[in-house]
Design a protein around this ligand. Structure first.
Ligand code: S3P
Length: 442
């Protein structure tokens, strides 16, 4: 089904209740498949995200000769081929909607002996790739892109890479990871320095797979010439998927929802802090470690929210959660100001523009700025919004519908399957009234 053919309706709902586990973390699932594929030995991944993005990454490695078994849903057994064991793919690798897939693969394919080609869907084909091409070229990689540094990417194999010290111009875990993955194959040392610390799953997982790496907040360093050893990975529930429920239960009166096994890596939980500053009632229960990551159960209860100036320092730690935060702001009392978030304009969609249009269509007074928005909280009304094929905007607008004066239709929702298969079922289970309005073959 084409991305533009699926429309949802979201209707005002009563209190949300229940305990749910959202699907596995997308960032960790991508990396688990990649590192397991390049390791010596067999790795077992549990809690793998059955989303289109992460399945595309698994498919990429199958195309390059890696055997990946799927004994059950959310489980993968990856028969690693070793760092130098990949074979040339017979056709282009399709990364689908996934920026993470394409940028990380660009790093590791730069170092292979064979040529490869990375393609993506309409959204990914508009996303900037110069940010990875430039540092990888400095390492000796040869990558060509379309005009403006856009995909498809043609990667010329057989290059000798050398380690670099790279200060990232923007805080990006994808760019950092692409450089580190190329660094596995490079001569000498590769170092990355970030303007603000970003999610450190690549560093943590490389260490778990036995690669010597030194890292601290905003800095990572490794050398080439080692090997990855197979290991088992347990993937926690994705904080970014939990985010829709955190906002929904915060704004629907009487709600009380428990989200279990949620990954709480501090580089991901900025929304928790922002919502608490707004007056949300969210507690972390049963904090523990799962597969080397901090996890906990998040209990969220309705609490009236007030507008805030979102602290700029929180932005990288909640970069994927702004569509949900915009909805919380629209339902809050007072004004919320978002600044320092220009990266939102180059995500799966221009998330500032898409959320601004969507929320304005529901009666919210919202002013776009270059790097954020000024959102006046208040009452929302029934209306029609368009997610522009962006999974996180679609789910966020569905949450807005829960507190609108009447039904809200949201166009172009099929891409929710990229990160959150089963969203509608889980939403229904805790009392949301969101469903498919029309599914026209497209
Ligand atoms: C991701 C990093 C972030 C995030 C994306 C996943 C990752 O992108 O938005 O959803 O897994 O490394 P940037 O690193 O480009 O900010």
């Amino acid at each position: 089904m084409s991305g533009s053919s699926l429309t949802w309706t979201s209707e005002p709902a009563g209190p949300l209740q229940g305990a749910i586990r959202v699907p596995g973390d997308k960032s960790i699932s991508h990396r688990a498949v990649m590192f397991a594929a390049l390791a010596d030995g067999v790795s077992h991944i549990r809690g793998f995200l059955e989303g289109e993005d992460t399945r595309a990454t698994a498919r990429a490695f199958s195309q390059m000769g890696v055997r990946i078994d799927r004994p059950s849903d959310s489980e993968r057994i990856v028969h690693g081929v070793g760092l130098h064991g990949l074979s040339a793919p017979a056709s282009a690798i399709d990364c689908g909607n996934a920026g993470t897939g394409m940028r990380l693969l660009a790093g590791l394919l730069s170092a292979q002996s064979f040529d490869s080609r990375l393609v993506g869907d309409e959204s990914l084909s508009r996303r900037p790739m110069r940010r990875v091409i430039e540092p990888l070229a400095r390492m000796g990689a040869r990558i060509s892109a379309e005009e403006g540094g856009l995909p498809p990417l043609r990667i010329h194999g057989g290059q000798r890479l050398r380690g670099i010290e790279y200060a990232l111009p923007v805080a990006s875990a994808q760019v950092k990871s692409a450089v580190l993955l190329a660094g596995l194959y490079a001569s000498g040392e590769t170092q990355v320095i970030e303007p603000h610390p970003t999610r450190d799953y690549t560093e943590r997982m490389l260490a778990a797979f036995g690669w010597p790496i030194t890292f601290s907040e905003g800095h990572a360093r490794l050398s080439g010439g080692h090997r990855l050893q197979a290991t088992d990975v347990v993937v926690p529930a994705d904080f970014s998927s939990a985010a829709f429920f955190l906002v929904a239960a915060s704004i629907v009166p009487g709600s009380d929802v428990l989200l279990t096994d949620v990954g709480l890596n501090p580089r991901r939980t900025g929304l928790l802090e922002a919502l608490r500053l707004m007056g949300a009632s969210i507690s972390v229960e049963n904090p523990r470690t799962l597969g080397g990551e901090s996890v906990g159960d998040l209990r969220v209860r309705y609490s009236p929210l007030r507008g805030i100036d979102v602290p700029v320092a929180l932005v990288p730690d909640m970069i994927d959660e702004f569509p949900a935060l915009f909805v919380a702001a629209a339902a809050a009392r007072g004004t919320t100001r978002v600044t320092g978030a220009a990266e939102l304009r180059v995500k799966e969609s221009d998330r500032i523009a898409v959320m601004a249009r969507g929320l304005r269509a529901l009666g919210c007074a919202l002013t776009e700025t270059d790097d954020g928005a000024i959102i006046e909280g208040g009452r929302l009304h029934a209306g029609s919004a368009d997610s522009a094929g962006d999974h996180r905007c679609a789910m966020s607008l569905a949450v807005a519908g829960l507190v609108a004066g009447g039904p809200v239709t949201i166009a172009d929702c099929a891409n929710v399957a990229t990160s959150f298969p089963g969203f509608l079922e889980l939403a229904a289970r805790c009392g949301m009234r969101v469903g498919e309005a029309a599914a026209v073959a497209g």
